[in-house]
Design a protein around this ligand. Structure first.
Ligand code: F6R
Length: 622
């Protein structure tokens, strides 16, 4: 395995009265979105340790366990892996076990000095069976345990010798009622139940059992016993921890009758949008963003906004730029987090950096915000995952209330990121006095009606699904947009790439004539997101011309246009109507048909909608 490309992975640990295997397997099912290249479990039973692991999806492991059941035990750990180099083989799957077969460990992250540690272990006679960096930890834990007979202490000693980013969870057959975890950089949360405790990469793994959670900080080790949880630093000193209540229930992480999580999450968008506004508007229709703990005085001094994000969240940032610049007159840059710190960006205490992330764990975004804070900038996170690393390391956070997003392709998180961005833009306008109270209230009123508009769009999607099915054999689809429709076009193309594995590209429609128009050929599907004919109608007129230009060259035009926009009708081979919305808010409705389109095309092409190939939900590698 290339040590620079560690797996992202899902991790579960359990101690309590229930069958650990059942709890851990159910938890892994909830975490499979984090990686699905291999899976494995270990349980402590009958004074020993038993394990099973298998390349491929969790289903393969289930079949393996059906054929060769493990003994019943009440302490166990499990892992689902997103492999990189080296191939997802049985032997590279976690857990990894020491030579005596007493200690098992699962891992998410990278141990950068594993080669040296492995060499030293081999010198001391250990035999390592896999190509992973993780396996060294099992051997090191076994060595340390043999002298201290305390797994938590052994973990602390080992962690002090490890370099890199890692979350580790381990069990030892000599401590049958203990699970130990360690955290540096990758996520790990603790669930505290009645006489039982859980560890997982994400609360979804234990939400069916408890909604009481504890956030682990950097460089902390946690020891789980049935009767309690002890957290220390790697140095052994007791650590302060933050407990919180998970405010969604187990059904939020179930498919609820839908064939795919993605379909359910698309359908949940009206509620997600409404929930993200909840509590942020007072009785008089003004904004109350108390969570933004950056003092108003500091926000008044800001002279530039920089947004960092990846993928879909980056597209939300691109749209936010239009709103921020228009409503606050502050210059706003949007940058792919993975590019940000490498170009030596100009940042100072007058820069507000907004980091947008559904998972709160995206390594590129995390590194970008750390860089910004080192330069003295204030960082505001827009995030969907309570207690995750990005909000923890930011100066302030505005949570999106989308609920858990399980499908790898982001849908409801995107819409709620947009809502949060609009709120931040309005808040900046309010604090800095660039927007009057009645102007803010007018936008808030428009935002409050968006949930209903999204519902309306969802009710008219059957023709979009039918159209998608007719395009299943195409190789390429292009997407065009202008103004805020341009990032929507990029988002439509991204959804199609990741789900349908088709060549899809988004362009600013005005750029067409500078090159991309050469791609147009007979019957090439081109989706065009048309701005409202009201307000900035000059943009509308220009894009109608673009539609005519591509149609004249043979393109099959799929036009997304506002109700009542008659100018597009003669040039639309397929017309998708969206409700009338203010221009800046149009992405909230115009994106929805593109999500449905991509989902249906993926299904028609026989692809796995929730778990597209080569991807993982939470990208904790750079
Ligand atoms: C695409 C998608 C990804 C994520 C990106 C950032 O559907 O989901 O492009 O948007 O990996 O993830 P977060 O928002 O978790 O930082």
């Amino acid at each position: 395995m290339d040590p620079k490309l560690p797996p992202m992975c899902g991790i579960v640990g359990y101690v309590g009265p229930q069958s650990a295997l059942e709890v851990v397997m159910a938890g892994l099912k909830r975490l499979e979105y984090r990686g699905y290249d291999s899976a494995g479990v270990a349980v402590l039973a009958d004074g020993g340790l038993a394990a099973a692991k298998k390349a491929g999806k969790l289903l393969n492991l289930e079949k393996e366990l059906d054929g060769k059941p493990l003994p019943t035990g009440t302490t166990g750990i499990g892992h689902t892996r997103w492999a990189t180099h080296g191939g997802p083989t049985d032997s590279n799957a976690h857990p990894h076990i020491d030579n005596a077969g007493r200690v098992a460990v699962v891992h998410n992250g990278i141990i950068e000095n594993f080669a040296l540690l492995r060499f030293e272990l081999e010198e001391r006679g250990h035999e390592l069976a896999s190509e992973t960096d993780t396996e060294v930890v099992a051997h090191l834990l076994a060595e340390e345990f043999s002298s201290c007979a305390d797994l938590a202490e052994a973990m602390r000693l080992v962690c002090r010798r490890l370099e890199g980013a890692f979350t580790l969870v381990a069990v030892h057959a000599d401590e049958p009622d203990v699970v130990v975890g360690a955290r540096r950089n990758s996520p790990l949360v603790v669930g505290v139940g009645e006489g039982e405790a859980f560890l997982a990469s994400d609360v979804a793994a234990f939400i069916a059992h408890t909604r009481s959670a504890i956030e682990l900080g950097q460089d902390q080790v946690v020891e789980l016993r049935r009767d309690g949880v002890t957290v220390t630093g790697f140095d052994g000193r007791p650590a302060d921890v933050r407990s919180y209540h998970v405010d969604w229930d187990a059904s939020a992480a179930e498919k609820g009758g839908y064939d795919y999580f993605m379909l359910k999450e698309i359908a949940e968008q009206p509620k997600a949008v409404a929930d993200t506004l909840l509590g942020r508007i007072d009785g008089s229709g003004s904004m109350t963003l108390d969570e933004v703990r950056i003092p108003a005085g500091v926000l008044r001094e800001i002279d530039k906004v920089v947004i960092v994000a990846c993928g879909t969240a980056f597209h939300a940032g691109m749209i936010a730029k239009y709103a921020i610049e228009h409503w606050t007159r502050l210059p706003c840059e949007v940058e792919l987090a993975s590019e940000f710190r490498y170009r030596d960006p100009i940042l100072d205490a007058q820069t507000l950096v907004i980091a947008i992330s559904q998972s709160g764990e995206t390594m590129d975004t995390l590194m970008a915000l750390r860089h910004a804070r080192e330069q003295g900038s204030k960082v505001l996170a827009i995030c969907n995952t309570n207690g995750s690393t990005i909000p923890r390391e930011s100066d302030a956070v505005l949570y999106t209330h989308a609920g858990p997003e399980v499908a790898v392709a982001s849908t409801k998180a995107f819409l709620t990121q947009l809502v949060a961005c609009y709120l931040v833009a309005l808040y900046l306008g309010q604090v800095r006095g660039t927007k009057w109270g009645d102007e803010i209230r007018a936008v808030i009123r428009d935002l409050s009606s968006i949930s209903g508009a999204v519902e309306q769009v969802l009710g008219t999607m059957e023709p979009v699904r039918e159209l998608a099915r007719t395009l299943a054999s195409k190789n390429t689809v292009l997407f065009l947009g202008r103004h805020v429709g341009y990032p929507v076009a990029l988002e439509g193309a991204l959804k199609l790439k990741e789900l349908a594995y088709m060549h899809a590209e988004g362009f600013a429609a005005g750029e067409l004539k500078h090159g991309p128009i050469a791609l147009i050929e007979e019957d090439l599907p081109v989706v065009v997101v048309v701005p409202s004919p009201r307000g900035r109608s000059v943009l509308h007129d220009k894009i109608v011309s673009n539609i005519q230009e591509i149609r004249a060259r043979g393109a099959r035009t799929i036009v997304i246009a506002e109700e009542g926009d008659e100018a597009v009708v003669p040039y639309a081979d397929h017309l998708i109507r969206v409700p009338v919305t203010p221009t800046l808010l149009q992405p909230l409705v115009a994106t929805v048909p593109l999500q449905v389109f991509a989902c249906e095309l993926a299904t028609a092409r026989g692809n796995e909608v929730d778990q597209p190939r080569n991807l993982a939900k939470s990208v904790t590698v750079e």
